[in-house]
Ligand binder design. Structure first.
Ligand code: TRP
Ligand code: ZN
Length: 882
């Protein structure tokens, strides 16, 4: 480690700031080899202690000067460390102006936090703690002020100069330089500050808000991307409308800008009126982007826009409260996507991500509550738990209160706390106050980590016509809590009669809500008895995945098939199929380990056969029903995962279904082919998804050669979804000669499009058929690779470790060792990215031998390095001690 070992910060140590900042004036002088930043802050003491020192955060800064009320301070008046500047209290009156000049080097900033350069343009990323790399400041979200920002740069190289709020002045200066000045009337914490300077083009549109105010909307991109902005603009307008209709939230300035940048650590950032996006999350046209990219863009544009209220107008008091804005905003964007697309499919996608990746995180060494009690490096806590589990917790509140009272609660929350920096408790309290519902026990969801498990058993009594369900809840130990208090779990259910219809439910338990068919599970163990049930029903449990828990109920194969055919809840129809397939593959993996012959369960065969021969209108749902559980999901079902046995078992099922049903798949494929112009509408997406799923199965079989079908689709497609799906089908098939030719052709065609090349890289990095480490090493030395660009790193290194499970878990441990070397290399450049790549290795305790131990050794190799970043240090040490 660097100097001393990094220390944890605790929520219980929170103290309100000793100083306030009334206004912030920033002056940026941008040059190619350095940038000068002058900051002028109107400040006052806020605490009771009138002698408190003024502590300011700062990192990688060269201090030029500091003055209080115009008096320059000399070194005896302050103290500097690599991470702070402390001005002695004796020099500070109650009200004062603090002026600081710093010099920074954006062009050398590879961490991509603070001010940095991406493909020749200047841009910023300040959340969570990047602003301290720009100037010395109270870099904490509960210090909010208004900003005025002046940017000066060379006019030719940087014709566009942007910051938050309204443009109030532009000037032409000497030496070919120019400047713009921006004023943001809304108080904000510094993590929402943004600046962009570059040679950019833009598209423009307007949105008229519900009270009749015209807002100018602009999307800025590098010139070659100007034909990839239209979809995001449409998504922005749909989001603005939706937030007015569903939450009554109106936009609050006359200008809203989005800028696309290539080098970006995450997806996008909600800076006030100047959202900055990873170009992969905003740029798209039918020729270059797939359906799933269009859908991702729509969701992320909405997410960042929605932050204007859930995050910016009402922000977080401290970073422990991160889920206050992220959980709520993910819930909001997920509902938006459900409203503009297919609700059931959106739910299936969200739950798959949660059950595969968030459950794994929650069962591992980095497990933490959605309101964590401590952290070493906050960047490590932008997790699936904070985002996705946080959204599930908000969803449960929504379902407990009902849509109307939830809306009253959100109105009260926004009204009460507008302009404030608050905690998750304020959110829950507003929901309680508006609805009159008691959420006391529900609060355990915020403080306890781990995934609760529900153990359900049933009993039918034909003499009394009663059916009872006994529900037991447990939750395993996690680092922060051993003795778990019981959760309040809203458990939605239905009981199916012999013909597959829902019984009308009557149950005299006070915890059963007959209007919504929801049981409020609150005790460690409870029994609920339903009356007037004339014959043994098939229970449909946890409908719509009403709580983020693991459900255990011993379904028979017949019951699962019955639910697949009849359940009125679409999510549970799909889930019954997943449960069935999971059961079968897990059993087959035991056969693999025991060296027994593998035989496909006829029940599963029947299910696929009947799905393929009875196509209905809901093609999106059909495609979901025909998808096998992912290998990652299967791994998550075992305590000591036998990755190779699972891989072999799953591949066997896929192969056998392909061999026996290829003609059926082909028939559905042919039905879905159409020559229409590309459209990213839900219906058109559903059709393509089903078609391309069929193609995947078809190219697996040895019984018939469908490679020509794939090749034709590859060559004739008028959109990237179909072209890339055909390429993927070939790459993941035994037609390897054709796959190699197609890969080369594809690169020839798209080598000038960075985002398409990234897709090309990730397809190869994820390929089962490639040669593992040897193949990814080739990708690393390809001209298209650049270790300083996070998208490239994710496409090759991230995808290999997280998605190429067959080769990452190769028996010699070479995959783990290779990843450790990449992490060490990256940590010196970009600690946030390095730390994220540790994810796959943190699962070492749950992977069977010898792999688990090899993974641990790779972690130890990293731990032995000196000079690790806080980011990597925290994850590695927590992973090894546990
Ligand atoms: N607040 C952003 C969002 O979820 C994400 C974010 C946090 C981020 N830290 C970041 C993005 C660092 C890029 C880099 O909407
Ligand atoms: Zn967010």
């Amino acid at each position: 480690m660097k100097n001393a070992e990094p220390k944890a910060i605790y929520l219980k140590d929170y103290q309100a700031p000793a100083f306030e900042i009334e206004s912030t004036h920033l002056n940026f002088d941008l040059y190619d080899d350095y940038t000068l930043v002058s900051s002028t802050l109107k400040m006052r003491r806020s605490g009771v202690n009138k002698h408190a020192d003024l502590f300011l955060n700062g990192q990688e800064l060269e201090l030029i000067s500091v003055s209080v009320n115009g008096e320059n301070l000399s070194e005896e008046h302050y103290e500097q460390t690599p991470e702070s500047l402390t001005v002695h209290g004796a020099n500070i009156p109650d009200e004062f102006t603090l002026a600081i000049q710093t010099k920074i080097k954006p062009q050398e900033n590879t961490a991509l936090e603070g001010l940095y350069k991406s493909s020749g343009m200047f841009c910023t990323q300040c959340e969570a703690e990047g602003f301290r790399r720009i100037t010395y400041f109270l870099d904490r979200p509960d210090v909010m002020s208004v900003y005025e920002v002046r940017i000066t740069a060379d006019q030719k190289a940087y014709p566009v100069l942007l910051s938050n709020g309204n443009l109030i002045a532009t000037e032409i200066l000497e030496n070919g330089r120019h400047s713009t000045t921006w004023q943001d009337p809304h108080k904000k914490p510094c993590y929402l500050f943004a600046l962009v300077a570059g040679d950019l083009k833009h598209i423009e549109d307007t949105f008229t808000t519900m009270s009749g105010v015209d807002v100018t909307l602009r999307i800025f991109v590098e010139p070659q991307n100007i034909d990839k902005c239209d979809f995001a603009m449409g998504a922005l307008k749909r989001s603005m409308k939706w937030d007015e209709e569903v939450y009554g939230r109106e936009y609050d300035l006359n200008i809203f800008n989005i800028v696309a940048v290539d080098a970006f650590n995450m997806g996008a950032m909600e800076n006030k009126s100047l959202n900055i996006f990873n170009s992969s999350c905003v740029l798209a046209n039918p020729k270059t982007a797939t359906d799933s990219t269009f859908q991702r863009i729509e969701a992320i544009v909405a997410h960042e826009y929605f932050h204007n209220w859930s995050g910016n107008r009402v922000t977080c008091r401290d970073w422990f409260q991160l889920s206050l804005k992220e959980g709520f905003t993910v819930f909001r964007d997920s509902e938006f996507s459900a409203d503009v697309g297919s609700r059931t499919v959106k739910r299936i996608e969200d739950v798959s991500l949660l059950r595969t990746a968030q459950f794994a995180e929650d069962a591992g060494p980095m497990s933490h509550p959605i309101l964590p009690a401590s952290f070493i490096e906050i960047s490590n806590f932008y997790t699936l738990t904070i985002y996705e589990k946080g959204a599930e917790v908000v969803r449960m509140i929504h379902n407990i209160l009902g849509a109307q009272d939830f809306r009253k609660g959100s109105d009260l929350y926004f009204e009460r706390h507008d302009g404030q920096a608050v905690t998750t408790e304020h959110f829950v309290k507003a929901m309680e106050d508006a609805s009159g519902k008691d959420l006391n026990q529900f609060r355990n969801w915020y403080h306890q980590a781990g995934t609760p498990e529900l153990w359900v058993s049933d009993d039918f009594d034909s003499s009394t016509n009663t059916y009872s369900l006994t529900i037991k809840q447990t939750c395993r130990d996690t680092p922060e809590t051993q003795e778990k208090k019981p959760y309040h779990i809203p458990f939605s259910l239905g009981l199916l009669d012999d013909s597959g219809n829902d019984y009308a439910l009557t149950c005299d338990d006070a915890e059963f809500n007959a209007q919504t068919n929801v049981i409020n599970v609150t005790q460690p163990e409870q029994t609920f008895t339903f009356s007037n049930i004339s014959s043994k029903p098939v229970p449909s449990l946890l409908r719509g995945f009403s709580a983020p828990v693991k459900l255990h109920f011993d379904y028979s194969v017949e019951q699962l098939q019955f639910l697949m055919a009849h359940d009125s809840d679409g999510f549970n129809r799909w889930d019954a199929g997943q449960t069935l397939a999971t059961k079968i593959i897990l059993n087959l993996s035991q056969d693999v380990l025991a060296g027994r012959d593998l035989v496909l369960d006829e029940g599963l065969f029947d299910v696929f056969k009947s799905l393929l021969s009875n196509l209905n209108d809901d093609l999106a749902m059909q495609a979901q029903m025909l998808s096998l559980p992912s290998l990652a999901y299967l791994i998550e079902q075992q305590d000591q995962a036998q990755v190779h046995a699972l891989y072999t078992a799953r591949s066997f099922v896929k192969q056998t279904l392909a061999d026996r049903l290829h003609a059926d798949f082909n028939q559905v494929y042919q039905k879905c082919v159409d020559a229409c112009e590309y459209e990213p509408s839900p219906q058109a997406i559903a059709k393509r998804t089903l078609k391309n799923l069929c193609l995947q199965f078809m190219t697996q079989t040895h019984q018939y050669d469908y490679s020509v079908t794939a090749q034709q689709q590859f060559e004739q497609a008028n959109n990237m979804t179909d072209q890339f799906a055909a390429l993927g089908a070939l790459v993941n098939s035994h037609h390897q000669d054709m796959a190699q030719t197609a890969l080369q052709q594809f690169y020839q065609q798209w080598q000038h499009d960075v985002l398409v090349v990234n897709m090309w890289l990730s397809l190869q990095a994820s390929s089962d058929h490639a040669q593992g480490v040897a193949s990814v090493n080739e990708l690393l030395s390809h001209e298209a690779f650049d270790i300083k660009n996070p998208n490239k790193v994710r496409s090759v290194v991230g995808v290999f470790a997280a998605q190429n499970l067959r080769h990452f878990h190769g028996d010699d441990g070479a995959g783990y060792n290779w990843l450790a070397d990449r992490i060490i290399e990256l940590d010196a450049l970009n600690p946030q990215i390095a730390s994220r790549l540790l994810g796959p290795l943190t699962k070492w305790k749950r992977i069977g031998q010898p792999n688990g131990t090899q993974m641990k050794q790779a972690l130890e190799k990293i731990a032995q390095r000196s000079n690790l970043s806080k980011d990597v240090y925290e994850v590695v040490t927590k992973t090894l001690v546990s």
